[in-house]
Design a protein around this ligand. Sequence first.
Ligand code: BGC
Length: 348
Amino acid sequence: MKAATVVPGKPELSAVTELPDPVPQPGELLVRGLLVGFCRIDRDVTEHAHGALPPGQDRMVLFHESVGQAVHAPAISGFQDGDYVVGVVRRPDPEPCEACAAGQWDFCLNGEYTERGIRGLDGFGAQLWTVEPQFAIKVSPGLGALGVLTEPASVVAKAWEQVDMIGRRAYFAPHRALVTRAGPIGLLAALLGVQRGLEVHVLDQVAEGPRPDLVRALGATYHTSLDDLRCEPDVVIETTGSGRLVFEVLQHTARNAITVLTGLAGHHRTMPFPAEAAIDNELMLDNDVVVSSVNANLRHYKQAVQALAAADRNWLESLISRRIPLRNWTDVFDTGPDEVKVVVDLQA
Ligand code: BGC
């Protein structure tokens, strides 16, 4: 079988590699890979060596956003041949720590977790892959290959769950949410916000192309400047990782607001910043919360599948702005400002 492989930190060695077909361990599913989604982390792995190679390997199969169809599902696995399947990204640390032992590997305490296609485990960018049934998510045939949006939606479902949990600290009846950047994570965050009945605002830099239309199609409002917002959001889902933007946004939030950070900057700029004034005025006196949210556990994948099933299929389809055949997979790195979700077709 063919696979998209990388050597982290050596982008020139990214390739389509012929690898032996994987052999499922007893109890595991064998899956025919259909699509994988490209995400910023895939670039960080390839170009900046985020994550780590699987032990003893000199290259790694890339990609962690998956969907495929089971070609061999053991009777006790709860899956059947032909089922659409998504693989969970993170695996608990081997110890396991108390959080991982409780199924909360997204809150792993000792940092020894592994992640498929990112850190110590091969990813899903292969024509065949195996997965343990307890780390596989079933997607309805109605959603089918659009199940490739499950992993990013799981990250967003976790972010919204954080809002719910933190909101319970006090009286909290949010009306408005702001999402920063209309990339795939931002658009899915907006979708879940609209599904919760909130008035959703999305901030992005581009004024044209598919992003504004995708936001408006949800019934949300698109902005290219924070000054146009003219309302104070109770919830912010921040997806850019820009420190400057985070502090700008905090100046616009309502009292008791919850801001969830879901993005990585990928660069570490220094900026002059009146830290104490911001802590006094934007956080302390407003009872604000800023919380980070990374990765997702099984509960969030299940919430993601439900949110996608309740969404308009055409809208989900239009999130996928480009399909690249496996043989040209490295084209994912040439994404333009108009792209939303770029996927690799593993069978084309
Ligand atoms: C993935 C997460 C992962 C994180 C850090 C993200 O792109 O969605 O599952 O934990 O990268 O590696």
